[in-house]
Design a protein around this ligand. Sequence first.
Ligand code: KG4
Ligand code: ZN
Length: 344
Amino acid sequence: MPSSMITKNCYILGIESSCDDTAAAVINNDTILSNVVATQKIHEEYGGVVPELASRAHQQNIIPVVYQALHKANIDKKELSAIAFTRGPGLMGSLLVGTSFSKSLAMGLNIPLIDVNHMQAHILAHFIKNDNQKTPRFPFIALTISGGHTQIVKVDDYFKMEILGQTIDDAVGEAFDKSAKILGLTYPGGHLIDKYAQLGNPLAYKFTKPKVSPLDFSFSGLKTAILYFVRDKTKEDPDFVKKNLNDICASIQFTIVDYLMDKLKNTVKQTGIKQIAIGGGVSANSGIRTALKQAESELGWTTYIPKLEYCTDNAAMIAIVGALKYKQKLFAKYDITANARIKF
Ligand code: KG4
Ligand code: ZN
C-alpha cells in the first residue's frame, strides 16, 4: 500500500452502492466538495428494491456518477489521495459494483483504498463540516432509521461503537412504505404518509405498539394490524381510505414516532447519555423531528440531525469516513471483498 504518499491536505473520493442509490462524493479533509446521487427509479413499479435490477443499474450509473462528482469538485482523478467505498452491509450484487470499481481505480491510480461500513457511515455523517450545525460530542447515542435499517448505537469514539438495539424484523422505513402501499400510495410512500399525516388527527385510530425488549424494535406486527384494519373498514365502506386518508396517516405516523421515542427514552434511561444523533431517510419525517425538538425542551436532550442529503443513502458519508480513516492510515488491501452482512 502506498502509505508513503500520505498528505496532510487530503482529497478522498467516496463511493456508495449498497442498495438502490449509486453515489459518489469528493471530500477535502472534512469539507464536502461534491455529492452526487443517481436514484434508481426502476424499482418504483415493483413496489420495492429488486436486487438484480439494482446491480445492473449501478453498473450503468457508476462511471457517470463518479465523473460528475470529480467534475463538480473541480479536481482531476490524479489529485485524489484515496478511494473510500462501502464494503457492506447491503445487497451483495450492488456492493460488488462499487467494490470492484473502487479497487480498480485505487489500483490504477496507485493510491490507498479505504473500506467503509455503511452503518458507521450513517453515524459519522454527523462529522461532515457544516457551518450551521453543531457536531455531537462523544459519547452519544445514534438512531439510524431508514428503509434498510433501524438501529440504536452507543458511539464512544469514531470507530468505537456498540449496537444497543435494532429491529428484529422490518426496518422503520419499510413500515412506512408498506403502510403506504396498503393505502394505495406509490412507492416509496414514507414521505406521502408524512404529508397527509400533517393534515390529520393522530389520535383518530389506535394501533398497538409492538412489544419486544426495551431497546429493540419490531414493525411486522404493525404492518399486519394496519392491513387488517384497512381491510375490515373497507368492507364496511369501500371509500373508507379515501375519506379518512389524513387521519389514517396521522395515526400510523403517531404510533411509529411514539414507538421510536419510547425506545430512545429507554436508551437514555439505561445509558444516562442525553445526546441523540439521528440519521437515515426516515429522519426527514416531520413527526420525529417535532418529537425530538420537544425532547430537547422537556427532557434536556441535545439532538442532532444532519442535512437531509447526508441522512439518506449518499457518498458524502462514505467520504467523511474515508477522511477519518485516512488520517489514521486505516487502509484496506487491494484484494478486499464486499461483505453483505458485515458487523461493526
Ligand atoms: O436512507 P434512505 O434514503 O434509504 C435506505 O433505505 O437506506 O431511506 C429511505 C426510507 C424509505 O423507506 C422512505 O419511505 C423513508 O426513508 N422516508 C420517510 C420520509 N422520507 C423518506 N419516511 C417517513 N417520513 C418521511 N418524510
Ligand atoms: Zn443506509
